[in-house]
Write a new protein. Sequence first.
Length: 150
Amino acid sequence: MAIPDVTGSTIPCHGKPEAGDAECKCRLTKADRLGIERFLSFAGNSSVAYSQLLLDTLHQKLQLAVAIVGAAPSDVATFGSFISCVVDEKDIECGVLSFGLVARAGEIPIHSLLGASLIGMSVGQRTKLLSEDGTTRSLVVTQVGTPFAV
């Protein structure tokens, strides 16, 4: 299956959305969608071996996401926003959602399963956080803000 991107070209989809994923509404801005498409294009042409699970997660985001027209609502996780979330109802993760190809302190990069899961989610939204070893954990977005908000 191919997924049309905003430029009119298509991106191959390597996996099927899992049952129930459609219930977890994801909303993407045009800039976020374009950033994901660029990362997927880079990953497809790179010598870096990105996990298929990560690539499939991002393909599914593009396929299932609802488009945000105009500015993103303040409660939606977009690139450049500060995100706080809880994993398995006990572990707090936070950082700035980034396109960075190099993981830096204080960032949650798109090339991580956490970053790929968070993009487009809203405050209070819950989903499954998949792991490379096949386990799943719960993920809840608790805060979305600007990187320097107190």
